[in-house]
Design a protein around this ligand. Sequence first.
Ligand SMILES: Cc1cc2nc3c(=O)[nH]c(=O)nc-3n(C[C@H](O)[C@H](O)[C@H](O)COP(=O)(O)OP(=O)(O)OC[C@H]3O[C@@H](n4cnc5c(N)ncnc54)[C@H](O)[C@@H]3O)c2cc1C
Length: 750
Amino acid sequence: MKEELVKTDIAVMGGGLSGVCAAIAAARLGQSVALVQNRPVLGGNSSSEVRVWVCGATGHGVNRYARETGIMGELFVENQYQNMDGNPYLWDLTVLEAVRAESRIQLFLNTDVHEVEAGGDEENRMIRSVTGWMMGSERKIRFESEVFLDCTGDGLIGFLAGAKYRIGREARQEHGEAWAPEVEDGITLGSTILFYTKDAGHPVTFNPPSFAKDITQTSIPIKRVIRSGDSGCHYWWIEWGGELDTVHQNEKIRDELWSVIYGIWDYIKNSGNFEAQQMTLEWVGALPGKREYRRFVGDYVLNQNDIMAQTPFEDRIAFGGWSIDLHPPQGMYAAESGSKHLHADGVYHIPFRSLYSVNVSNMLMAGRNISASHVAFGTTRVMATCAVIGEAAGTGAALCVQKQVMPRELYQKHLKELQMTLLRQDASIIGLRSEDEADLARGAQVTASSTLTKIGVEAAVEPRRLHTDVAVLFPVAPALRGFELLADVSEATTISVELWDTGRAENYVPKSMIAAASACVEAGERQWVRFDLRWQPEVAQNAFVILKANEHVTVYHANEPSTGTIALVKGAKPIVDPKLEDHQPEQPVVLWSMKGGLDRKPICFRASEATSAFSAENVMDGYLRPYGTPHLWMSEPMVADREEWLELVWEEPKEIRQVQVTFNDNVNQDLINLHAFRTSFDVMPELVKNYRIEAYVDGAWIVLQREVNNRKRTRRHELASCVSAARLRLIIESTNGSPSAEVVEVRVYG
Ligand SMILES: Cc1cc2nc3c(=O)[nH]c(=O)nc-3n(C[C@H](O)[C@H](O)[C@H](O)COP(=O)(O)OP(=O)(O)OC[C@H]3O[C@@H](n4cnc5c(N)ncnc54)[C@H](O)[C@@H]3O)c2cc1C
């Protein structure tokens, strides 16, 4: 046996997506990091060992403009390129490559941490070191660091350090949560094992093992959904252990889950109820995916009311958007639906105070063990949300080391710097404006080769009868003075429309009605019908225009997205069987749906007034994602032999060392790492493909950088040497498919 000591600034325990993103964030800020993971692969529940697909704020396409950016965004977009089929092994590689790209991370796989050296009294403890055993290598490794992050999911590190925590459900009165039980209890969500199947191309027999359960003796065939050909996360409902101790009884839970999986497969193969002669088992998990165990207590406990009210915490460092998604304690044996869902009207905010321990001063946590009530955990637990929390915790840890403060003091004295650092990283925060004084671009005047001033979509491709209300969402900047709709009318009728605002800038649901209009229309095809809809909001924001149902009217979808514009349909049927998912159909984000591909198929309409929603100034307005309006520059459609550009001009020359550009990668496009769906493109079409950065030096433009085949959202260019210039251009040569050049932000640092 070898005994070793590893000293780093920061130690991250647990290599799920929260730990991975925490480690990457801290390393990118210059800190040395030990990332310690007790499995042979990274990714936690998303890894090929468990195969849960990574969901986040989009809620499988429920929330608009909600896909994560920052490190999680990079992983999504890279995986989309490398792994369009959602192969679990290729996803492992995406995660591993992201970690390996950071030279300041020392990665310790197969290393189980189970000793913690900590001191201090109960209210003010401090971790000095943690020790792990590297399986297969007989190495006992002690990790000494200034700051420790518990990203283990189960929270063993914090527990051993004496951190305060909860297991189970709080009583309703504790946080005033409508979805909490009257009396507190120890019930958690249960664990699950998944399995994959495939068509072998020839008949395959299956003889069940001795321990397979006869599921016809349970409620499973009646109360759950079993389909030949389903795989992986389709079977998330094979859940058990919510009434047990999901850690200490992990082995018992695994045996029960295996007995049911082989029982289900026996039922599929041998009951005669399925077309499954050629089907075979491709993979069965061996590791129960754990949903819930300890939740540490931080300076703030996020709860149901914060989620539903979308509380705009002053210390917000990330957002989430999955529904509050809770499951019955009996899991797969329950008579009720496998899950019940409560949706806010849009994404919600997560405070930094929920990411550090209330009583272990140098411990941050990220992932499913953050300081949240059981009900709030019901939404923060999804992995892309765990990942953005991880990025924030890792960033906080790095700043703690740099400033020699503890996380609480970082919150008290350096909150703005933490948030500005996160925004510079393009992290997932919503509604906060970057005010980075080091960014030279803020003092520049910006102009563009051209700017799109037309709002509307005209390329009619797919008809839609107005059986039900349909909505068109688009930015109004600064005013709307008329709205035109492309329609076929089968017999003379009156078409009615309503104009609503969306309430909060991060929401995309109708909140207050502003105006209504109607038009009498004769029968005829492809008519542009004009409505006298007018609105001049105090600040530029989205309009939600509802086209009222009318059996005589057909409208048209385009087959290409138009940035800033989306179509929504009222009352679409749920895609998932209510036996598995119980949603409240009247909740606005459910009632108005863009599922079924609508997100890329806007309705054909025209706004009469020219728009300033895509002006060049947006690249310096401090917002990195849609918030009320798209907050990006968009050129006129590009034409052959004409490049589009943005130019920054300063009164005096600036010393330029770094240029950071953020392109639009369409955060309205839902992406999932595994096999949920396949997009028709491997690179986001909105992303700029080839571009140059030029500076005007000694009376001529010189090329500082040229990039080809870009497929990333944020690019940071460190210049080989400092350049003194008063004019800088970003020149767009081509995109990955979209007609216009689209740029979210340009930053310049000296
Ligand atoms: C079956 C199932 C279905 C789910 N459905 C979804 C879904 O569809 N989409 C979604 O996004 N989320 C889903 N979730 C929730 C999500 O998977 C978890 O909440 C999430 O994985 C938590 O991330 P994490 O990084 O905190 O922990 P984990 O993913 O659990 O990662 C923690 C890692 O730390 C390691 N570790 C633990 N202890 C130690 C130690 N002592 N030393 C070193 N390493 C350690 C673990 O092995 C693990 O790899 C589901 C969960 C389950 C179980």
